[in-house]
Structure formats: structure tokens, C-alpha cells
Design a protein around this ligand. Structure first.
Ligand SMILES: Cc1ncc(COP(=O)(O)O)c(C=O)c1O
Length: 399
């Protein structure tokens, strides 16, 4: 699809001279519009990646870009040590979108998912006075040293050991292992309601209910990581709402800023007020520009009914993927617009072939293709993606 000597090749050559060496990009994105994203040679793609579940309201969203531009002219930086008109409005809107029955009323704003999780770990330690954590096998919490300690994948963790937080990894959805590992040393149990990086696995109702009951009984906290599943993606504002439980803390990031870096730790009042003054902080977290972006994202989600759209189009997407009935597909999983298609073989060549057909996706582990498009995704978009996938699955791309 890309011409022999193209803008893409020139840009990638420059990139290769200076990048960190962590990635080896083969495509250059220059702009987007709605669910479409374009490369440097002008090729158009349907974006089922959305910056990994980030571009919640779509690319070049008029309300979001206008809010960012207007706020940039008024005030960009205002730390949480000072009040901010736009941050206060964001708080009001955010907590109006979360059921009051969940008991979350306090927020610490950060700049990424990992930072929100770091804050949660510190809050849990200080609120309970206990040293240890429990998290799940296949779970992903981020790449900073604390978040890494509760992240399952060995190749992310092992080169950086020793990690300072002591953690036990339990089998996801195992109530017996919750029983076994939550002790009077446990500060918190840290869980994703839908495991994203780990392969798009949903928590069982009984498991999350047990996690809530056992933590409460044994004096530990329950922290739910909604960094990927939150902000409407699952068909509820928080995926936790599907389960009717009341966690002590919830972390958000990704979709919250629509692409502008925003992370957030939501807490009950009881937990929040246990942190001593000066016990945590951030220079950029909650800045006025990020707050304006997050407020605009929430307004857009509400005005365009994007949570309902995620539920409806997501259910349709899942049904269409299942209806493909491909012998190469093991299972389709997920909720709302957070969907994983598990194949019986490695997915990397299929993801490349989809890109050549104009659909951008990403893996979630070696055998799962992940679909986390903008929440504005339509049934017509689904049909195009499923048609491309149907073609690609006919090819023999097994390694
Ligand atoms: C569930 C979950 N937690 C934490 C993170 C880390 O977020 P960030 O990459 O913004 O630090 C991610 C990122 O993929 C995630 O999916």
C-alpha cells in the first residue's frame, strides 16, 4: 500500500535515528477524523486501536478540540495546590456520571494510568498501614516500579527486580485464591474488571463480589483498575457498575482525556482523607488544559450518548465476530467496545494483513486481536471491519 519511496520512509528513517529503540514502527500517522486515521502517504484506515483505548470521542472531535484551544488561550497550568474553575467543573461532571451509591467522592489527578495506580498503591499503604498487595495473573497495571510490582507479565517485570511492593498473584476469577491470599498483611487487592492487556477476560460476578466481601472482612482495600475499561467503554461509565460493588478506589486514564494525558484516582472520602498533607503530589496532574479536555470528553460522551452507543454497537460487533464462524477463531470476549478475538494461532500476521486492508488493530497477548475503537463507532464501521477480517482469515498466515 505504501509507495517505494514515500514520506513514510523518510519520516521513519529520521525516527530510527533518534527513537529509544523500544519500538520499530512501520507506519506514520499524521491526522485523524472520527473513527478514521490517516498515514503520511494519505492512506485511510478505520481505527480500532484509538491510541489503545484512548481516543474515546474520536479523532478531531469538534467539541474537544475547541475546548482545548479555548483553554490554551486562557490558562494551561494550574496545579492541584490551587483551585481551578475548569477543574472544579470537571469534578462536578465526573462525579455526576458515577452512581452516588458507589460512594466515590474524592479524586487525585495524575497524567497517566501508571501514575494513577502509583497513587493508589501509596494511598492503600498509608490508609491501612499494611505492606502487601494481591493482584491477578494476566493483570496489567503499568510500567512504573510500583505498578510493575503488581503486573503479571514476567518479561515486563523481571529485568527490573527487586521491586519494592510485595505482591501475590492470584488466578483471575478464583475465589479460593482470594480466600488464601488476603491476609492481615494485605493493604489492597488490585483488579481489572475486564483484563485488557491480558487478553480481554471479564471478571465473574461472584469473584468481584467475593473480592469486595473478603477485603472488607479482613481490613484490606479493594482497588479497581478501570484505566482501559472505564469512561464508557464497557457500556457503563465504569465497568464496575455492571457488578454493583463498591470499591474503595478506582483508577482511570486512557479515554478520560480523549488523547490528552489525564489520569485519575477516585476514592471514598474515608480513604482519601487518610493521606497526610504533602504525602503525595504532582506538578502537572490536574492542570487546567487537561481538566478542560477531560470535561469536554465527558460532555461529549453525555451529549452524544456514547455509553449507550458503546453498549449497543459493542454487542453488535461481538455478535458479528461470532457469526463469522471461522475455524481459526477460538473465542470472542469482552463487553461494549472492549472486544478480544482469540485465534488458535499467533495474531501478528493477521494484524498486519488487516492494516493492509485499511483496519488498525492491536494484539492483547500473542493470540488475541483487540478491538478498542472510539466510542462513536457505528454498526456500519463494524460491518467494514468484519468484512476485512473475514477476508484476512481466509489467508493462510500461520508462521
Ligand atoms: C488496565 C491498565 N492499567 C494501567 C495501564 C497503564 O497506563 P499508562 O500506559 O497510561 O501508564 C494500562 C495501560 O495499558 C492498562 O491497560
Amino acid at each position: 500500500m505504501i509507495a517505494e519511496k514515500s514520506k513514510t520512509q523518510d519520516i521513519l528513517a529520521l525516527d530510527a535515528l533518534h527513537n529509544s529503540g523500544l519500538w520499530n514502527p512501520s507506519i506514520v500517522f499524521t491526522h485523524g477524523d472520527g473513527v478514521k486515521i490517516y498515514d503520511a502517504d494519505g492512506n485511510e484506515y478505520i481505527d480500532c486501536l484509538a491510541g489503545i483505548a484512548v481516543a474515546s470521542v474520536g479523532h478531531n472531535n469538534a467539541h474537544l478540540t475547541q475546548a482545548i484551544a479555548e483553554q490554551a488561550k486562557r490558562l494551561i497550568i494550574c496545579s492541584q495546590a490551587h483551585g481551578s474553575d475548569v477543574r472544579a467543573k470537571f469534578y462536578e461532571k465526573l462525579f455526576a456520571m458515577i452512581p452516588a451509591s458507589m460512594g466515590l467522592s474524592r479524586i487525585f489527578m495524575a497524567n497517566s494510568g501508571s501514575e494513577a495506580n502509583e497513587a493508589a498503591l501509596k494511598w492503600a499503604r498509608v490508609a491501612t498501614g499494611r505492606p502487601k498487595f494481591v493482584s491477578a495473573k494476566r493483570g496489567f497495571s503499568g510500567r512504573t516500579m510500583g505498578a510493575l510490582a503488581i503486573t503479571w507479565e514476567k518479561k515486563y517485570r523481571e529485568p527490573f527486580e527487586p521491586l519494592k511492593y510485595e505482591n501475590d498473584f492470584i488466578k483471575y476469577n478464583s475465589i479460593e485464591e482470594l480466600e488464601q491470599y488476603i491476609t492481615d498483611e494485605t493493604a489492597a487487592v488490585f483488579l481489572e474488571p475486564i483484563q485488557g492487556e491480558g487478553g480481554m477476560y471479564e471478571a465473574d460476578q461472584e469473584f468481584l463480589t467475593a473480592a469486595r466481601e473478603l477485603t472488607k472482612e479482613r481490613g484490606a482495600l479493594l482497588i479497581i483498575d478501570e484505566i482501559q475499561s472505564g469512561v464508557g467503554r464497557s457500556g457503563k461509565f465504569l465497568a464496575t457498575e455492571h457488578y454493583g460493588i463498591r470499591p474503595d478506589m478506582v483508577t482511570l486514564a486512557k479515554g478520560l482525556g480523549g488523547g490528552v494525558p489525564v489520569g485519575a484516582l477516585l476514592m471514598t472520602e474515608e480513604v482519601a482523607l487518610k493521606m497526610p498533607k504533602g504525602g503525595h503530589g504532582t506538578t502537572f496532574g490536574g492542570n487546567a488544559l487537561a481538566s478542560a479536555a477531560a470535561l469536554a470528553v465527558l460532555e461529549e460522551i453525555e451529549a452524544k450518548q456514547l455509553i449507550q452507543n458503546a453498549a449497543e454497537v459493542g454487542a453488535y460487533f461481538k455478535a458479528q465476530l461470532e457469526a463469522m464462524n471461522s475455524p481459526k477463531v477460538r473465542e470472542v470476549r469482552g463487553k461494549g467496545l472492549m472486544i478480544g478475538l482469540e485465534m488458535k494461532e499467533k495474531v501478528a500476521p493477521y494484524i498486519d494483513a488487516l492494516k493492509d486492508k485499511g483496519v488498525i488493530t492491536i494484539n492483547a497477548g500473542a493470540t488475541v486481536i483487540r478491538f478498542v475503537p472510539p466510542l462513536i463507532f457505528s454498526k456500519a464501521d463494524v460491518d467494514k471491519v468484519v468484512a476485512a477480517l473475514t477476508e484476512v482469515l481466509k489467508e493462510d498466515l500461520s508462521a
